[in-house]
Design a protein around this ligand. Structure first.
Ligand SMILES: Cc1cc2nc3c(=O)[nH]c(=O)nc-3n(C[C@H](O)[C@H](O)[C@H](O)COP(=O)(O)O)c2cc1C
Ligand SMILES: CCCCCCCCCCCCCCC(=O)C(=O)O
Length: 386
């Protein structure tokens, strides 16, 4: 029997009998505003901001909200188990924390606090290449807990090789390769403040600590930070890469590889043909292509194209337990949670991230039960109307 996620509801009400209320809202859509009030506009602008006028981020919410659940009655739902098999791993719930760069702008313990929270709740943590803390230190903070590594595929193959070797040695089990950010998009909130933390040497720890990266510098990082930052900007990504280049990753990574940022069914088929293990249907939370399709609108066709060959994961716009339910109904195996956990981190560090995970999964558990499901495996497209 899996973890009883809905018990968090009882815990909150029972605590209320002695006058205690949760320190953070249980409606996770309220966290952005609260974080902005407490932390100010710079870092929160970076997290909350999107590409262009924000239309893709709005499309993500609209694509989820437009779909409505049709609950079924009188099905035995008294014992529930949210666990799922994902890429050969047994997860306690269909959830992982999405890779989010430069978390130290939200909290001094940044990635380490978020990773500890994920470990405490048994949810995989996906560490960004653009982490504020080197991948080995984050791994150390997690013990044996499930961790995956997200690769921004560097132009320099020696740095790419080195990242993969370090990630493997540090116990990261799944490689998530982000395809949708070969260039940084037009992001007005950051442009208006001329704010990009990486240019101040924040969010570059994996690079600055890497021997192959350091080999390309004339002076050590601490002696010439600007030169190190410019070197990072020059090799961070490679817009010239094409599908046949994936053979390099297959050659240098012996675990599952998942391509993140797939929205077109033909790209999903190309991923399967290239020997990949999964895709994340995602538009990067609306941060890359302004005017792009809402991610949940792209999900059914990708599942139709490759659902029998690849593990299909989903992110972009997930804010509530019923959003997770809808993603499962559209064919996703599990979802990645992005901004909400970052706001939790900004507000309360590790405890804030744990609060967010527990709220989301308690709400999912109750949504499943109240819709007539005792687990994730029975949820299908028939549970939704548009
Ligand atoms: C501040 C911020 C930084 C991000 N950094 C990365 C990153 O380093 N690597 C990556 O693959 N995706 C990154 N993402 C995208 C997330 O992994 C995820 O796709 C997105 O947050 C989902 O959208 P949502 O947060 O609106 O649900 C970032 C997102 C945000 C908000
Ligand atoms: C001299 C200015 C050039 C700007 C190029 C910046 C290149 C660094 C980009 C790092 C991006 C890391 C992105 C993190 C992320 O995914 C996000 O959505 O934000």
């Amino acid at each position: 029997m899996g973890k009883h996620w809905a018990d968090f509801q009882y815990e909150i009400y029972l605590n209320g009998m002695s006058g205690a209320v949760p320190r953070l809202p249980t409606d996770l859509t309220r966290l952005e505003e609260l974080t902005e009030q407490r932390l100010g506009p710079g870092p929160v602008g970076y997290v909350a901001g999107s590409a262009g006028d924000g239309s893709t981020a709005r499309a993500n919410r609209a694509a989820l909200e437009r779909r409505r659940i049709v609950p079924r009655m009188l099905r035995d739902v008294h014992e529930r188990d949210l666990s799922v098999e994902v890429l050969g791993r047994s997860l306690p719930a269909p959830l992982a924390l999405a890779p989010v760069g430069v978390l130290s702008i939200m909290h001094p313990e940044g990635e380490t606090a978020a990773a500890r929270a994920a470990a405490a709740q048994g949810v995989p943590f996906i560490l960004s290449s653009a982490s504020s803390t080197p991948m080995e230190q984050v791994a150390e903070a997690m013990g044996d807990a499930e961790r995956w590594f997200q690769l921004y595929w560097p132009k320099d193959p020696e740095v790419a090789r080195s990242f993969l070797g370090r990630a493997r040695a540090a116990g990261y089990s799944v490689l998530v390769v982000t395809l949708d950010t070969p260039l940084l998009s037009w992001r007005p909130r950051d442009l208006d403040q001329a704010y990009l933390p990486f240019l101040r040497g924040v969010g570059t720890a994996n690079y600055f600590s890497d021997p192959a990266f350091q080999a390309g510098l004339a002076k050590p990082v601490h002696e010439d930070l600007d030169a190190a930052v410019l070197h990072f900007v020059g090799l961070f990504s490679d817009p010239a890469k094409t599908w046949p280049d994936l053979a390099f990753l297959r050659e240098h990574w012996d675990g599952p590889i998942v391509l993140k940022g797939v929205l077109h069914p033909d790209d999903a088929r190309l991923a399967a043909d290239a020997g990949m293990d999964g895709v994340v249907v995602s538009n990067h939370g609306g941060r890359q292509v302004a005017g792009a399709i809402g991610a949940a609108d792209a999900l059914p066709e990708v599942v139709e194209a490759v659902g029998d060959r690849l593990t299909v994961l989903f992110d972009s716009g997930v804010r509530t337990g019923d959003d997770v339910f809808k993603a499962l109904a559209l064919g996703a195996r599990a979802v990645l949670l992005g901004r909400p956990y970052v706001y939790g981190l900004g507000l309360e560090g590790q405890a804030g991230v744990e609060h967010v995970i527990r709220c989301l999964l308690a709400e999912l558990d109750l949504t499943l039960a109240l819709s007539g499901h005792a687990g994730c495996g029975t949820v299908t497209a028939a549970d939704l109307v548009v």
